[in-house]
Ligand binder design. Structure first.
Ligand code: NAD
Length: 370
């Protein structure tokens, strides 16, 4: 039997509460399905700072590097607002992304039919929506040098950020987008600002060349990133996979997120390059939401984003497509039956807490698998 090594980093706030529901799914799958997950757990964020004085310890970092996949909850909270910058809770996540070289961030925006009415857009615009934003995560303007604020000495200061991309970075992220498109509707839309940015010109050239060379079966279109933002709220269902850089991806994925309702519904994955020998990618799966200190400890957190992140892990790290589909179907069915956590509550539905929602999804999974 293949052993799949999962490293769990629940983190702070609602992170551990949401992770608890995933732990139950893993335990049940280990008991009843032909899977064998070996799990280990570590500390990240504020909880790691309290224990070790840093946002992730070297030994937990080693375990993350050795695992087949990392499941991450959330980090941060007011308790750690004043810790030194280098040890702030987010530094743990940034170190994981950097050391594991997770260059591809995948953010699906799926609108479950039962939640179409709670989107800020008209139901017919979002119902059945299923798009995937592939964002470059380790390059671009967030990391480019120089990155400075200079005192000009005349009462003025000058701030500089540098947008920089090399060919290989664009090739590898567009390769991920084309490969994922092949498992979906086979369409990729690339977004940049080639009308005003040199990096946009190169981005466009390299994505086009990559498609021609290796993915001519996948339909490719291009859109300026600002127009893409408009189209996302006008008619999002025109998109299948969107590939874009770090900065535009940050914004466009948040826009897409709001099409689907609450933050508590949104999973994500961050992937590295395939290993030369095993072909496996390093991978980290996490909900998009933060540690929600306002509801932490009340049992009110929506565990769906965390559970859906686990489903992404099954899909992308272990090729367990059937099991991932079953978990997503279980979520949809439970929502169809009217169960809601507070963040997605609407009239006529039944309000439940974290464990009841997680339990209902597990029960549904059991029923669907019977
Ligand atoms: P947040 O995502 O934690 O919360 C925003 C709002 O959404 C809150 O009202 C919260 O109650 C609600 N919410 C979020 N997730 C929910 C869920 N699963 N169920 C129900 N309601 C949910 O963002 P914030 O308030 O801006 O940040 C709080 C802390 O989290 C800060 O310390 C921030 O730095 C950190 N943060 C961490 C991550 C991460 O770990 N990846 C991401 C974003 C923010």
């Amino acid at each position: 039997m293949t052993i799949r090594k999962l490293f769990l980093l629940p983190g702070d706030g609602i992170g551990p509460e949401a992770m608890g529901e995933v732990r139950k799914l893993i335990a049940w799958m280990n008991e009843t399905m032909s899977t064998c997950f070996e799990t280990d757990e570590g500390l990240v964020g504020g909880s790691a700072y309290d224990a070790h004085g840093e946002a992730i310890s070297d030994s937990d970092m080693e375990k993350a590097m050795a695992a087949d996949a990392v499941l991450f909850g959330a980090v941060g909270g007011p308790k750690w607002d004043d810790v030194p910058y280098e040890q702030r809770p987010e530094a743990g996540l940034l170190r994981l992304r950097k050391d594991m070289q997770l260059f591809a961030n995948l953010r699906p925006a799926i609108c479950y039919p039962a939640l179409a009415q709670s989107s800020s857009l008209k139901a017919e615009v979002v119902e059945g929506l299923d798009i995937l934003i592939v964002r470059e995560l380790t390059g671009g303007v967030y990391f480019g040098e120089p990155k400075t604020i200079t005192d000009l000495g005349n009462g003025q200061k000058r701030a500089i950020d540098t947008q920089v991309y090399d060919t290989y970075e664009i090739e590898r992220i567009s390769g991920v987008a084309f490969e994922l498109a092949r498992t979906r509707q086979n369409k990729v839309c690339s977004m940049e600002k080639r009308n005003v940015m040199k990096s946009g010109v190169l981005w466009n050239e390299v994505v086009t060349a990559t498609q021609k060379a290796n993915y001519s079966d996948v339909e490719l279109s291009h859109m300026l990133a600002d127009a893409g933002g408009m189209q996302l709220v006008r008619w999002p269902k025109q998109f299948d996979v969107i590939v874009t850089d770090n900065l535009f991806g940050d914004m466009l994925s948040d826009v897409a997120a709001m099409l689907t309702g609450s933050l508590g519904m949104l999973p994500s994955a961050s992937l590295g390059a395939p290993d030369g020998v095993t072909g496996k990618r390093k991978a980290l799966y996490e909900p998009v939401h933060g540690s929600a200190p306002d509801i932490a400890g009340t049992g009110a957190a929506n565990p769906i984003a965390m559970i859906a992140s686990f489903a992404m892990c099954l899909r992308y790290s272990f090729n367990m497509i059937e099991e991932a589909d079953l978990i997503e179907k279980s979520i949809a069915n439970v929502l169809d039956r009217g169960l809601r956590t507070g963040d997605i509550m609407s009239d006529g539905c039944t309000k439940v807490g974290t464990t009841a929602m997680g339990g209902a999804i597990l029960d549904e999974l059991k029923a669907l698998s019977a």
